[in-house]
Design a protein around this ligand. Sequence first.
Ligand code: AGP
Length: 602
Amino acid sequence: MCGIVGYIGAKEKKEILLDGLQELEYRGYDSAGIAVIEAEHLNHFKAVGKLSNLREKTKEFHTDGFGVSIGHTRWATHGKPTELNAHPHLGQYSYVVHNGIIENYSELKKELQANGVAFLSQTDTETIVHLFERYNAVAASPFDAFKQTIERLHGAYATLLITEAAPETIFFAKNGSPMLIGLDGSDIYFASSDTPIIGKAKEVYYLEDGEFGYAKEGKIHLFDRNGVRQIVTRALASDKAMAQKEGYRFFMEKEIYEQSSVMSDTMIGRVKEDGVVFEELDEGFFDGIEQIKICACGTSYHSGLTASYLLERLAKIPCSVEIASEFRYKEPLLLPNTLFVTISQSGETADTLEALKMAKKAGLKSLSICNVDNSSIVRESDGVILTRAGIEKGVASTKAFATQAMVLWMLSLHLAKLRSALSPQRVAEEISAMLHTPKALIVSDELHGRLHRLSKRYLHGHGFFFIGRDIFFPLALEGALKLKEISYLHAEGYPAGEMKHGPIALADSELFTIALMPKTLHYEKIKSNVEELSARDSTILAISPEPFDLADDFIQTLSAAHPMLEFFEMMVVTQLLALEISVRLGNDVDMPRNLAKSVTVE
Ligand code: AGP
């Protein structure tokens, strides 16, 4: 979802901007643009669609010598994905890029139009550049004008502005959307996340909400509403190799195959012989906690639902799970002694972040389960457990989900021990199962080949029902979400026992049932549910260690000793099924239509 890059210095700016935007492609976008001021001269280019279109348009354009530059990938919110709506937005002599939503933009727009300003785009962003130029006509300095502009904005934003009125300066502000500043000597970079500046900047500063300022002559001038702020940078990691495809056809495919090894990273130093430890959490972090509320979106919500079964079963602690966008507006009862747990791959999901802020305001202790260190959600939380999945580039989340589920299982066991909820023997059994997880996630050629062959029978029909019980219900939801995201076929996840209460009316041979039939949890119950569907002619793809006579197609999983091992094995099957169907349909597996990797608007 919208990505920002910026650079001040003497290096070739076009390449820095385009390469940086490429690194942000995974966030999702539908148009892109860049603007450069060099020798007091403004240039800008925009293109709809993929970055390659912008590259083509800028083929003949080269920068030379010192200058300031900004770039943007836009995921449309206000106005269609057209060139006019693409960023940077131009005033008379300034350009702006923005990520987020200016909530009071229509009020600001009316005010500006009443003063004779003509708008070119339908975006909320364009108000920023016109407001700036209006204030700049009378302000003591361009920075004063920028400050006055920022004071007028309501909503979430990360923004960069360049202007011929201060041709050696980039103005910046952040509130609610991510932005960081990278430094390498007098070269200064801006970006929405680490990846565009890895290998370029040596140090980094992650802007806090409410911070703004300007960069000029190799220096950052940082402020918030109380005045000057000190900038304390930290060293920037350099781990981009992880983000390459390494011979796989798609990032998603690579990420599915990686799950086995990243799971070991997730466990290392945490899963011990006699229990789970989280050194990253202060001693006594869970003292006084009597219930848990989990809040998340999408795939992360599904791992949260999985956790609700595990936390209650293993740790005997009440747990409720909420979709963040619902939670925010339901006037929730936030009771003391509740631990507020947010789960997020990106750490930037606007709804989850805002829910977290609400919980904090209500005085709740917070814990985030996240894959991106220093992300907004991580910085906002009292405690953090990183999932250590490595950079996930496929928009459809796979290894992030797997590692979230693992961390939540580990958390359940950690709490079970703290609360003396399980016998030492039961703890030992859980630990032993955890240590077998990497094995359960290995993708064999045989399995992948079988799913490839079988996928050709699932390219049509009037819908898919993924069904499961207990923790296999959230897995069914996740399986259906994966298929929807990358195949664009209609799929639903349903609790198997609920089918007879309505959805079974849809059953016929064109309704595909993907049945998750683990041997370790309620096998006989789910078997009856699937039999009911088969009796009504639904086409059944059964996934189970136990051969099932009524299945039209069958994927045999290994007989596992623990429900979570079956869970992870079946997760891989559903991911590969979605992948193979998507490939056969000729879809863009890594960047499915209409989706963004990091959803930074509500
Ligand atoms: C996952 O495949 C999805 N693209 C999406 O549902 C995602 O999980 C959701 O937007 C939440 O993102 P987060 O984990 O980064 O907070």
